[in-house]
Design a protein around this ligand. Structure first.
Ligand SMILES: *Cc1c(COP(=O)(O)O)cnc(C)c1O
Length: 498
């Protein structure tokens, strides 16, 4: 049975997967959700022998059911190739009683690559399937990580162009260097004189500007989004949970049908929602453990049933999880509200109006599979140091937040026998300074960023990733800086429309 998608706020319109990918966000502001979650149609013994690419096909063919076999395999093979520095794509590493699922072997060394390396191919295939002749122009505002991963994904992809706006004075030096050295004629990177919110608002205004839309259409272009709420990003993330389970089984770490726990360091709730979908497709997952940093909106939500974003925004050493509105949570709220669009609309309306909402006891009861907790800054640093001293394995700050919560869960539940997969979302080389300071601040604090990179490579006994080697010497290719009001004219100039 094919899967159709509709908005979490209005289910009267049904879209195919390719239409939902093209549109990104529903017009009513809701998120696209599948009308049912199909069960995997391969046994665990069959899945055990599959490569990452083959597993991706088995999962994605079910959720993106209007894509042909040829179309999907073509997208998969273009995405999961030698851009990844290991053949397994997402290897499992056992350390100190857990299995770390390393999701950072792609071109920008963070887990965003898992979805953003395939999204461009899904998008252009979707455009072709729906007889769209225009080139797709991706507009992205970034606070650092998504921008580079999207650039790397779309660079050189025919039929697409990408424009990334970042706050000129609001990203780390390594993040900026990663973006402004991006190659590819179809890429454009622009610093704005403003903060991330202003960049984001400027992008949204362009999406909603009818006159600009018409002008673009005339010139053979249309906008689309690589934002994490696109189902074209969510579906590829389901794959690695299926793959991890199958590999644990293949390696004899678990028996047939043995349940595992999954721990996910969470920001926008996309990654853990993908694990929830994997469970719904039939992967035996016991607990979905949601790990927050000090921006612990989700922990409080799982404790109390109240989602409340009215609080101080805390800058932490795991910046990709510094989020107070977890957009993808809407998909879970819709589900536990019994797929009820009007109830969901009420909650989301309250979130916009008052910054908070409270779910019912009945809905709360449906969250029994989830466990939420958080790790403080101090705990995050000591997790990194302890794991390193005990095993020699070095994890990044985001992953350490997950490990910290895993330990708290084990203590609170006495569930110490269930095999556990921790989603490892970034390479420690991406957050070198925080990681090295956690290990020995007195020794490392005075070193430069690249000295720290070499030191990390030495003490962790891991090769410096290409993503880091590249930017040591790469020339700056993008130096445009603009005011917020100039964003549309920068886009038009890049597209050659005047
Ligand atoms: C984006 C990101 C996260 C959070 O993932 P969500 O899907 O937004 O919950 C965690 N860690 C890293 C390194 C990230 O880049």
């Amino acid at each position: 049975m094919s899967v159709l998608y509709s908005s979490t706020r209005d289910d009267s319109k049904k879209l195919t997967a390719s239409q939902a990918i093209l549109q990104g966000l529903a017009e009513d502001g809701g998120l696209f959700v599948p009308d049912h979650i199909p069960a995997l149609d391969k046994s665990i013994d069959e899945l055990a022998n599959l490569s990452y690419q083959e597993t991706a096909y088995e999962v994605m063919k079910l959720l993106l059911s209007d894509f042909t076999e040829e179309e999907l395999k073509n997208c998969i093979n273009k995405a999961y190739d030698s851009k990844f520095d290991v053949e397994e794509i997402a290897p499992l590493v056992q350390a100190d009683g857990a299995y770390y699922l390393e999701l950072f072997h792609g071109s920008t060394i963070a887990f965003k690559d898992m979805a953003l390396s395939i999204l461009p191919h899904l998008l252009i295939t979707s455009a072709r399937k729906n007889q769209i002749k225009n080139d797709i122009v991706i507009l992205t505002a970034t606070s650092g990580d998504t921008g580079k991963a999207a650039l790397a994904g779309f660079a050189g992809v025919e039929g697409t162009k990408i424009v990334v706006f970042y706050p000129k004075h609001g990203v780390s030096p390594i993040q900026e260097k990663q973006m402004v050295t991006q190659k590819g004629d179809n890429t454009c990177v622009v610093g704005i004189e403003g903060n991330f919110d202003q960049a984001q608002t400027g992008v949204k205004q362009m999406f909603n500007d009818a006159a600009l839309k018409a002008e673009l259409d005339q010139a053979g272009f249309q906008f689309s989004s690589a934002n994490s709420i696109n189902i074209g990003r969510l579906v590829p993330q389901v794959v690695y949970y299926v793959y991890a389970y199958a590999k644990l089984y293949a390696n004899g770490a678990i028996q047939k049908d043995e349940k595992i726990n999954v721990v996910v360091p969470t920001g926008n709730f996309g990654n853990i929602l993908a694990a929830y979908y994997a469970k719904n497709m039939g992967i035996p997952i016991a607990k979905l453990i949601c790990a927050s940093n000090e921006n612990k909106v989700l922990y409080d939500f799982f404790q109390t049933g109240i989602y409340d974003r009215n609080r101080e925004f805390i800058l932490t050493s795991s910046p990709s999880m510094d989020i107070l509105i977890s957009s993808n949570l809407e998909r879970l709220i819709y589900r536990i509200a019994g797929d009820d669009v009007s109830k969901n609309r009420e909650f989301m309306g309250a979130l916009t109006k008052d910054g908070k909402y409270e779910i019912t006891d009945e809905m709360k009861a449906k969250l029994a599979d989830f466990y939420g907790n958080y790790t403080s800054e101090e705990e995050t640093a000591s997790v990194i140091k302890d794991l390193y001293e005990k095993t020699g394995y070095i994890i990044d700050t985001h992953t350490a937040v997950a490990t910290g919560v895993f330990k708290k869960y084990q203590k609170a539940s006495n569930d110490t026998n269930t095999k556990t997969v921790i989603a490892s979302t970034a390479s420690p080389f991406k957050f070198t300074r925080s990681v090295m300071n956690a290990i020995d601040e007195a020794k490392y604090d005075k070193m430069s960023d690249f000295e720290l990179v070499d030191e990390l490579s030495k003490i962790g006994n891991v090769k410096v990733p290409n993503a880091i080697e590249e930017i040591r010497t790469a020339p700056v290719l993008h130096d445009t800086v603009c005011e917020v009001e100039e964003m549309p004219s920068v886009v038009k100039k890049f597209l050659g429309i005047q």
